[in-house]
Design a protein around this ligand. Structure first.
Ligand code: COA
Length: 583
């Protein structure tokens, strides 16, 4: 009898297995119905013309500035330094090295304008190129020193840029590749590079932590690696070193001479042969740079990281198909929608309709808190939850924002914030206003909590103003978005220029008594704000991940969403593996 029960149970299990196989095969055959989100049919109309044209003129001016800075950073450390680097030292330029390392030129560069116009001078691209690019199809973060900028030495801004690139790698679980060609700390500014928590040593700490998190660390020594620079390859999991070009030591030949009187060449002291054969500090010896980058690409192939196509080919094909579904309107129109100031903001749904696939948008709470627009769209096939300012972040708008952010968190949908916040804080001139502002305060606090605690990836694009506390609720830099970009017209400051007057309380002790002096003070403060709030001022200081052109936004978002998605594949594979282990 027991045998017969066992037989019956086995037969039932076999039947269930057959049923499940059949059901999953049928599900595989079934195509998901195409998204039928409503179309945002929002063409430009005559009524928009005045504002649109003014914005366009401003965008064109910003574009000129963008091109000017771009040309400046393209030259790196200047003609003389480039000649010294390529002819005398026989090395490739950082951008040519990236060409050899990455699959193609289509990579996401981060903070290209970092380092320009700082109190200690212009440091083109902060002395290193960073970003995310594909190696054998896998998105990887890279940090490449530019030795044409003061021998690739690390300025405070260089350290900040490197740390941000590592942070991007951590947030998005990206393998990290270092192309090291650096003279170590820029000594005249050592006090701003060495001692503090988020300074030089943090790079090495991060390498260790990332390795522990199973985020691979790979290094190519393609120049000098002096002092601190020497720890980057030695702490990497795998390092490649180029013969006669790479050198690695704590103190160079001049130091040896000073200490011992001995004359020694850099190659003898810490060349590729020595480190590959004797010290074991590197794992691969390359005769030339081309060979080193080919080797680094092979190292990436051994990481055993899953690619989207390995995991779900069908979904990938669907995504590529969807990518063709362009918005109904040309991306160039975004130039006239990029507000030259807050008063020149047009309906933000016009921006969404020029970013979303097929201009389709499934709006959430369309009739409530209308100064914040929330809803779902696809960008190049990727589903995102969009949170976009369309006026002041009022009490109902902030409530709606919290609700929507929590919804996306619940559903594992990445969030995209389109930020254009009010130029100054709300005034309180009556009891009614005081009550309204207190309610708003509480609701904004809730939205900040929702944004801070949402565990889904977040991308922020500042399309206009980034001012005051509203910008925190809209996932500003301190709220740790995976990526944060600015349009060239963007303004970043606690309050916008021209709005200082309302903040200067007449009873403030520091205020001059004479009206004329007060006006001058206000004028000067507004001028400072004007200068310090420009997108380029912000990007030079790495308060963001770079200035992007409005017409490139869809492409940048596509890259970010693909990068973010790759992480899901790693996590799902890990989850899958541990689930299998438990079976
Ligand atoms: N701090 C400040 N400036 C430095 C520097 C450092 N650590 N290392 C190099 N520089 C400057 C040089 O003065 C030079 O400036 P200039 O263009 O205004 O003349 C520029 O960087 C390029 O250096 P140079 O030596 O001409 O170029 P190179 O390609 O022949 O050599 C290095 C580059 C980095 C290998 C070499 O300069 C070097 O060994 N520097 C010392 C590195 C060191 O000991 N670092 C210790 C840091 S704790």
């Amino acid at each position: 009898m027991y045998r017969s029960i066992a037989r019956t149970t086995a037969a039932a299990a076999a039947h269930q297995r057959r049923f499940l196989r059949h059901a999953s095969a049928a599900a595989g055959r079934r195509r998901a119905p195409p998204s039928a989100f409503p179309v945002l049919d929002l063409p430009l109309r005559d009524i928009h013309k005045h504002v649109y044209d003014a914005n366009l003129r401003n965008s064109n001016d910003c574009h000129e500035k963008y091109l000017e800075l771009n040309e400046k950073v393209t030259k790196g450390g200047g003609e003389r330094a480039v000649a010294r680097h390529t002819r005398r030292n026989g090395k490739l330029l950082a951008k040519d090295r990236l060409r050899l390392l990455l699959d193609d030129d289509d990579f996401l560069e981060l903070s290209r304008f970092a380092g320009l116009g700082l109190p200690y001078g212009d440091i083109p691209s902060a002395g290193c190129l960073t970003g995310v690019g594909r190696i054998n199809g896998l998105w990887c973060a890279f940090i490449a020193n530019d030795a044409t900028v003061k021998g690739g030495t690390a300025y405070p801004i260089t350290v900040k840029k490197q740390l941000r690139a590592q942070e991007v790698a951590i947030h998005n679980r990206l393998p990290c590749v270092y192309l090291v060609d650096s003279g170590g700390a820029f000594l005249p500014l050592q006090s701003e590079i060495f001692p503090d928590k988020n300074q030089g040593g943090r790079t090495f700490y991060n390498e260790a932590i990332m390795s522990a998190m199973k985020i691979p660390q790979v290094s190519v020594v393609c120049g000098s690696c002096t002092a601190g620079g020497a720890y980057i390859p030695t702490m990497a999991e795998e390092a490649v070193m180029v013969h006669r070009i790479g050198t690695m030591f704590l103190g160079g030949p001049p130091l040896v001479k000073a200490a011992t009187g001995e004359e020694v060449t850099p190659e003898e002291l810490g060349g590729a042969r020595l480190h590959a054969e004797a010290s074991g500090c590197v794992d691969h010896f390359a005769r030339e740079e081309e060979e080193a980058f080919a080797c680094a690409r092979n190292v990436i192939s051994t990481l055993n990281f899953a690619l989207p196509e390995d995991v779900d080919e069908d979904e990938e094909t669907t995504r590529k198909r969807k990518e063709d579904e362009k918005p109904l309107y040309g991306s160039e129109e975004l130039l006239g929608l990029a507000p030259k100031s807050y008063n020149y903001s047009l309906d933000v749904k016009m921006v969404i309709s020029r970013l979303a696939d097929g201009s389709r948008f499934q709006e959430f709470k369309a009739l409530f808190g209308t100064t914040l627009i929330t809803g779902f769209a696809k960008i190049c096939g990727h589903l995102v939850g969009i949170v976009a300012n369309n006026g002041e972040l009022s009490y109902p708008a902030a409530l709606k924002g919290s609700h929507f952010v929590q919804l996306c968190d619940q559903r594992d949908i990445p969030l995209l914030f389109l930020q254009n916040t009010a130029p100054s804080a709300a005034c309180t001139r009556s009891v009614a206003q005081a009550e309204m502002n207190s309610n708003r305060l509480k609701a904004q606090g809730s939205m900040m909590s929702a944004v801070a605690c949402a565990s889904v990836p977040k991308i922020t694009v500042v399309i206009g103003g980034c001012h005051g506390a509203d910008s925190y609720a809209m996932c500003g830099r301190s709220f740790d978005p995976n990526f944060l970009f600015l349009w060239p017209n963007a303004r970043v400051s606690v309050t916008a220029a021209g709005h200082v007057g309302s903040l200067l309380h007449p009873d403030t002790a520091e205020l001059p008594q004479e009206e004329e002096d007060r006006n001058k003070m206000e004028h000067d403060l507004n001028r400072t704000l004007e200068k310090e709030s420009s997108a380029f001022f912000s990007s030079a200081r790495l308060w963001d991940d770079g200035v992007i052109l409005p017409q490139d936004t869809r492409r940048v978002l596509r890259d970010c969403l693909e990068i973010i998605k790759q992480q899901q594949y790693q996590l799902s594979t890990h989850k899958l593996q541990s689930a299998l282990l438990r079976i």
